[in-house]
Every structure is written in C-alpha cells, then in structure tokens.
Design a protein around this ligand. Sequence first.
Ligand SMILES: *[C@@H]1O[C@H](CO)[C@@H](O)[C@H](O)[C@H]1NC(C)=O
Ligand SMILES: *[C@@H]1O[C@H](CO)[C@@H](O)[C@H](O)[C@H]1NC(C)=O
Ligand SMILES: *[C@@H]1O[C@H](CO)[C@@H](O)[C@H](O)[C@H]1NC(C)=O
Ligand SMILES: *[C@@H]1O[C@H](CO)[C@@H](O)[C@H](O)[C@H]1NC(C)=O
Ligand SMILES: *[C@@H]1O[C@H](CO)[C@@H](O)[C@H](O)[C@H]1NC(C)=O
Ligand SMILES: *[C@@H]1O[C@H](CO)[C@@H](O)[C@H](O)[C@H]1NC(C)=O
Ligand SMILES: *[C@@H]1O[C@H](CO)[C@@H](O)[C@H](O)[C@H]1NC(C)=O
Ligand SMILES: *[C@@H]1O[C@H](CO)[C@@H](O)[C@H](O)[C@H]1NC(C)=O
Ligand SMILES: *[C@@H]1O[C@H](CO)[C@@H](O)[C@H](O)[C@H]1NC(C)=O
Ligand SMILES: *[C@@H]1O[C@H](CO)[C@@H](O)[C@H](O)[C@H]1NC(C)=O
Ligand SMILES: *[C@@H]1O[C@H](CO)[C@@H](O)[C@H](O)[C@H]1NC(C)=O
Ligand SMILES: *[C@@H]1O[C@H](CO)[C@@H](O)[C@H](O)[C@H]1NC(C)=O
Length: 293
Amino acid sequence: MAWLLLFHLLALLLVPNSLAQAQQPLGCQTTCGEVNIPYPFGIGQRCALSKKFELNCTRNQNGTYKPFFSNVEVVNISLFPSQARIKHHMSWQCYNKTAKNVSYDHRSLNLTRTPFRFSSTKNKFTAIGAQTLPYFYLQNGNNIWYRTGCVSACLSMQGLVNGSCSGIGCCQTAIPLGMNYYTVRFDANFNNSAVSSFNPCSFAVLIEADSFNFSTAYITTTDFWDDNNGKVPIVVDWAIGNETCMVAQHNKTSYACVSSNSSCVDSTNGPGYFCSCKQGYEGNPYLLGGCKD
Ligand SMILES: *[C@@H]1O[C@H](CO)[C@@H](O)[C@H](O)[C@H]1NC(C)=O
Ligand SMILES: *[C@@H]1O[C@H](CO)[C@@H](O)[C@H](O)[C@H]1NC(C)=O
Ligand SMILES: *[C@@H]1O[C@H](CO)[C@@H](O)[C@H](O)[C@H]1NC(C)=O
Ligand SMILES: *[C@@H]1O[C@H](CO)[C@@H](O)[C@H](O)[C@H]1NC(C)=O
Ligand SMILES: *[C@@H]1O[C@H](CO)[C@@H](O)[C@H](O)[C@H]1NC(C)=O
Ligand SMILES: *[C@@H]1O[C@H](CO)[C@@H](O)[C@H](O)[C@H]1NC(C)=O
Ligand SMILES: *[C@@H]1O[C@H](CO)[C@@H](O)[C@H](O)[C@H]1NC(C)=O
Ligand SMILES: *[C@@H]1O[C@H](CO)[C@@H](O)[C@H](O)[C@H]1NC(C)=O
Ligand SMILES: *[C@@H]1O[C@H](CO)[C@@H](O)[C@H](O)[C@H]1NC(C)=O
Ligand SMILES: *[C@@H]1O[C@H](CO)[C@@H](O)[C@H](O)[C@H]1NC(C)=O
Ligand SMILES: *[C@@H]1O[C@H](CO)[C@@H](O)[C@H](O)[C@H]1NC(C)=O
Ligand SMILES: *[C@@H]1O[C@H](CO)[C@@H](O)[C@H](O)[C@H]1NC(C)=O
C-alpha cells in the first residue's frame, strides 16, 4: 500500500517534470519594459526554448528596461506571423570641410546561426545623399554572398520631393530571401566632397520600409540620424531549427508545436518551421494547452 502511494507520488512529481522540457517553467518574465516576450523566446536560458531564443532584459540609465538578443535591441516579437522587429545602427559617410577628408561608419549585422533572417518583403536597403553609392553585401545560411546597391544623386535641392525615394536624393532596393548577414561599403568615388555645400552626410540602412518617409531635410541636415538616435527598425522572420515540418514532426522530443490544435508551417524565408494555432483557436502554439478556442 505504502509502495503504491509512493509510486503515485513519484508519478505525480515526474509528469510535470518530463513535460517541462517542452514547456516554459513557472516564474518566467513575459515582458521586458514595453515589449511582450512570448515563448519560445525567454529572458534567460531557463525560460527560452533553447539558447537561440534567449534574450536579455537590460536596465537603461532612466530606469526603463529593453530586451536584447545578444547585443541587438528587440522592439517587438510576434508569433504569427513569425516575426520580430529589431533595431540596428545606420551606416554613414560625411565630408569634413576643415580636414578635407571623408569619414565613414560602415556597419554590419551578423544573424548567422540565429533563428532570424531579414524579411525580404518588409525591408528595403535605403540610401540618402546627393552623391552616394553604397554597396550592400549580403550572405545567406549557406554562406553564399550577394551584392546589391543603389545610386542616389542630385545637383541641388531642386526637384527633391518629400515622401519620394526614387533615385533623386534617396534610393531603395529590395533584398533576396534567406539572408542573415549584411554589411555596407560606400564607394569612395561617390563621396560628399562635391556636394558638401548643401549635403554634409550620406546614410545607408536596411530599414522597415513602412517606417521610412523621405524628407528633403535628410539631405541638408543630420536629422535622419538625430531623429532615430542613429538606429532604425528592421523586420526579421524567425523559425525553429533548420528542418521541414515533415522531418521535425518525427522527433517528438524536439518538435516545438506542442499545443493540441496547433499546426506546423514550413518557413518560406530560409530553413526551419514555425507553429500556428488551427483555425478557430488562438494563443501560443509553443505551449501545452496554448491554443485556446
Ligand atoms: C530611457 O532610455 C532609453 C535609452 O537609454 C530610451 O530609448 C528610452 O526612450 C528612455 N525612456 C524614457 C521614458 O525616457
Ligand atoms: C546581454 O546584453 C548585453 C548588452 O546589454 C550584451 O552585450 C550581451 O551579449 C547580452 N547577453 C546575452 C546572453 O544575450
Ligand atoms: C508590436 O507589433 C504589434 C503588431 O504589429 C503592435 O500592435 C504593437 O503595438 C507593437 N508593439 C510595440 C512595443 O512596438
Ligand atoms: C573635422 O576635422 C577637423 C580637423 O581634423 C577636426 O578637428 C574636426 O573635429 C572634424 N569634424 C568632424 C565633424 O568630425
Ligand atoms: C582627416 O584629416 C585629419 C587631419 O588631417 C586627420 O586627423 C583625420 O584622421 C582624417 N580622418 C580620416 C577619416 O581620414
Ligand atoms: C557571423 O558570425 C558567425 C559566428 O556566429 C561567424 O562564424 C561568421 O564568420 C560571421 N560571419 C561574417 C560574415 O562575419
Ligand atoms: C519637407 O518637409 C520638411 C519638414 O518635414 C520641410 O522642412 C521641407 O521644407 C519639406 N520640403 C519640401 C520640398 O516641401
Ligand atoms: C510622408 O511625409 C509627408 C510630409 O513630409 C506627408 O505628407 C506624407 O503623408 C507622409 N507619407 C507617409 C506614407 O507617411
Ligand atoms: C571624393 O571623390 C572624388 C571623386 O568623385 C575623388 O576625386 C576624391 O578623391 C574623393 N575624396 C576623398 C576625400 O576621398
Ligand atoms: C541543422 O541544425 C543542427 C542542430 O543545430 C546542426 O547540427 C546541423 O548542422 C544543421 N544542418 C544544416 C544543414 O545546417
Ligand atoms: C530528438 O531531439 C532530441 C532533442 O533535440 C535529441 O537529443 C535526439 O537526438 C533527437 N532524436 C533523433 C532520433 O533525432
Ligand atoms: C482540438 O483539440 C482537442 C483536444 O485535443 C480535440 O478534441 C479537437 O478535436 C481539436 N480540434 C481540432 C479542430 O483539431
């Protein structure tokens, strides 16, 4: 009798434990500052599905908190669509009239071996300047390099139109699918020396297209940098692992779509999959009982 009771107690203790592998443990922070942190993401290794979904919640000097993935600021996470919004540094080139030379800040973003790839539909490589040719070097998960770029030029402020980015003072170009690394290089022959009387600096960014609205003031001032504190939003798609749903479903230990009434969707932007709740259900498909009627 006592044996049986002990057995039952053990079973009761063990069941939640074995499920914990596929479940966020109790006591995990679900927000950091203003940002919701839904599982599979988590603050600290204990609370995330794996190290790849681990975030930092860092305290700012003014007492507010912001989440970071490695050293990249995360401003928004969405489960469906499986996307996040991050912030990254602008690249720039400026002509120094006193020293008569050009200064550069060439930025890179390396999301290799993370769940993130740049959204090819939501972002545009964007350059601002009266004489600039930034090249954008991109790499995908198979370490294949791509190069793109755009020329932005104008002889004066005449013809520049607010809200229009079509090669005159501002240019944009789309990026391919599957990219998780980029770096910027300004062509040194297209610098601001000849146009510095009205355009001191050029800028180049990968940026969420909907968050960008060209202003003619971006040519004559450093407003673009100042208004954004030198950082702009980028939309990233994220996925679990590097397998298709068909393959991932075979391993019940690692398969992430654990909620009943959830389904698996193959990523269309690079390898891996993500989970969604079946039609008529809402919630978090990565948690047991997460999809609710
Ligand atoms: C607090 O500081 C961070 C950067 O350190 C800034 O992004 C944020 O807007 C500030 N929040 C307030 C309420 O001032
Ligand atoms: C935590 O955030 C800091 C920046 O605030 C960063 O340098 C560090 O790599 C982060 N650690 C992890 C594990 O994300
Ligand atoms: C995150 O994105 C959602 C949907 O786009 C939006 O409703 C929400 O306000 C965003 N939150 C923040 C902190 O940007
Ligand atoms: C321009 O160069 C001069 C001389 O080297 C330097 O003193 C000054 O700080 C530079 N200005 C800027 C904005 O970098
Ligand atoms: C520009 O010239 C100044 C003065 O000659 C020098 O101190 C500075 O390092 C130069 N900057 C660049 C980016 O070459
Ligand atoms: C990106 O980071 C990974 C390590 O996470 C490194 O192996 C790789 O060389 C980096 N890629 C580039 C182009 O620097
Ligand atoms: C564009 O808008 C800015 C304010 O955002 C204004 O200062 C500027 O005069 C406008 N330019 C044109 C050509 O209307
Ligand atoms: C862009 O800004 C201009 C004013 O500079 C405004 O008229 C226009 O509606 C804005 N466009 C978008 C899409 O926000
Ligand atoms: C700027 O570009 C011009 C060609 O357009 C070149 O002759 C000049 O050397 C460049 N200046 C600097 C400081 O790189
Ligand atoms: C897929 O991910 C696993 C585990 O992270 C790794 O060992 C393997 O090399 C990856 N395969 C490919 C093709 O990237
Ligand atoms: C299933 O996934 C677990 C956890 O990632 C791993 O340890 C195990 O080797 C996998 N089993 C098979 C058959 O691939
Ligand atoms: C949702 O899950 C419940 C419990 O597993 C099951 O009885 C029901 O048939 C499911 N509904 C759909 C639409 O799959």
